[in-house]
Design a protein around this ligand. Structure first.
Ligand code: TYD
Ligand code: MG
Length: 461
């Protein structure tokens, strides 16, 4: 069978050439050409510039006022794995496409195999397509998970057309593609995993999901920079994007919803990797604390609240005299934000780190995206610089602005209560977050500015 001819399209300007070139002949961008299938439509763009108007090109379509359209609830099936359902917004949605990304070895295949088994037991026929492992390897994993009697259908295949044909023939309700990077289409000549292949395969699978109502779950690899490998367009195409995060050396794993058309974003699910697969952690608030018997310099606990549950996370900082070029490194926190906080510390609190290396780490491999971590980051840096630990039972949260002001964090009361429940006794928080009614066992120091926070800590130490 003759293959359809492919073209190369520029990522930057959209121009196309018949051959691959290092530089786009249309806009001059380097390395921006990717292989793609030409649009089948005849005529192309030029038809639309017809001076006779558009009526000759297509018939006008009827329009409907929004109020006349009945809103339909989506049909959801809970997977029975509570922490996964939480990030999905209640379960898998008919015709929904979920993309799940994460580092190698973090547990994507494990979780999906467990979820497929649970869904199958709930009465949904499922198909697990594996392109990375053989059927025997998946069977071995299922034995480890204690689900070797599972009725989940397995297909070891990487060619898209065969996968689509199998789905059509076996009619499952949920399909897992593990992974989208190993899947390839006959239509393209480029290697599996290339941008063009990933995009093309994901587009076909999405179309299939929408037209047949099958739920499709795509496993995606993550690049060294932490983004999903393949084009950004993948994230736009799907309904839900989930990221698996956590340190492979520690047992805890987080799943975060980055985008969800059928539920809330920033909801997180927490798991622990055990000998028998992933187990949900329903009360995760204290898992990201390292247990020091006595307070140590450079450590400050914060309460982060993403989704519905507050989590206590220890922020560690190490400030050490630097060589000619001072380094700023952060793990689990935004590096640019760290640079900004150091500038604010210098300018508004008189704490200078210009000639120091600064390392900051969120314990347990958790990623903190919310600015409420600012105050804890600053206090841990100051603590490390001075070599003085923060008081026992201390925590802090609050966003810090460029003018040195401390801004309130959303739902401060929930954060304070959770920390008090876990036995924390002293807090430095933004003034607006102080509750009207005192929380038993908790001393709260309200602050409005960074220098004030640093002085308060010095005074209570
Ligand atoms: P896996 O699901 O293969 O990761 P991914 O698909 O994201 O690459 O997870 C593999 C890791 O999990 C591997 O290092 C072994 C570990 N593991 C357990 O600790 N317990 C288990 O029950 C299973 C199945 C895996
Ligand atoms: Mg895998």
């Amino acid at each position: 069978m003759a293959k359809d001819k492919t073209i190369y399209t520029c990522n930057a300007c959209g121009g196309s050439t018949p051959r691959w070139l290092g530089k786009c002949p249309n806009c001059g961008a380097w390395n921006s050409l990717i292989e793609s299938v030409p649009e089948a439509a005849s005529g192309g763009k030029n038809r639309l510039s017809s001076p006779q108007g558009y009526a000759g090109l297509a018939n006008a379509q009827p329009v409907t006022p929004l109020s006349a359209i009945e809103a339909q609830d989506v049909a959801r099936t809970p997977s029975g794995i509570e922490e996964l359902d939480r990030v999905l917004g209640g379960g898998v949605v008919e015709g929904g496409v979920v993309l799940i990304g994460g580092d190698p070895g973090i547990g994507k295949s494990t979780l999906l195999l467990q979820a497929m088994d649970a869904l199958h037991r709930a009465g949904l026929p499922t198909l697990y397509v594996t392109g990375e492992e053989s059927g025997a390897q998946v069977a071995l994993r299922s034995r480890r998970l204690g689900i070797d009697g599972s009725q989940v259908n397995l297909l070891a295949e990487i060619q898209l057309e065969k996968i689509l044909a199998t789905v059509e023939a076996t009619q499952p309700a949920v399909v897992v593609i593990d992974s989208i990077q190993t899947t390839y289409s006959d239509q393209l000549t480029s290697a599996p995993g290339s941008v063009a292949q990933v995009r093309e395969c994901a587009a076909h699978l999405t179309r299939m999901a929408k037209s047949t109502g099958v739920t499709v779950i795509l496993v995606g690899h993550v690049t060294k920079e932490g983004a999903l490998a393949g084009p950004r367009v993948l994230e736009h195409m799907v309904d839900t994007v989930l990221y698996f995060e956590g340190d492979t050396h520690s047992p805890h794993r987080l799943i975060r919803a980055i985008k969800n058309r059928f539920g809330a974003v920033n909801e997180i699910g927490v798991f622990a990797m055990t000998e028998k697969g992933l187990k949900g952690v329903s009360n995760p608030s204290a898992i990201f604390l390292s247990q020091h018997s006595e307070p140590v310099p450079g450590s400050c606990v914060m309460v982060t609240l993403e989704g519905t549950r507050p989590l206590l996370v220890e922020i560690q900082a190490l400030v050490d005299s630097a060589g000619p070029a001072a380094r700023r490194l952060s793990v689990g926190l935004d590096k640019d934000r760290l640079a900004m906080l150091l500038a604010v510390l210098n300018r508004h609190a008189g704490v200078a780190c210009a000639d120091q290396d600064v390392f900051v780490n969120a314990v347990g491999g958790v990623r903190i995206n919310e600015p409420a971590a600012d105050l804890a980051v600053m206090l841990s840096i100051t603590s490390s610089l001075r070599g003085k630990p923060l008081p026992k039972g201390f925590f802090a949260f609050g966003e810090v602005g460029l003018a040195g002001e401390v801004r309130p964090a959303p739902r401060g009361q929930d954060r304070l209560k959770e920390a008090a429940k876990l036995g924390f006794t002293v807090a430095v928080v933004p003034k607006a977050n102080v509750p009207k009614k005192a929380i038993p066992g908790l001393t709260i120091h309200p602050v409005e500015r960074v220098d004030e926070a640093i002085n308060v800590v010095r005074a209570i130490n």
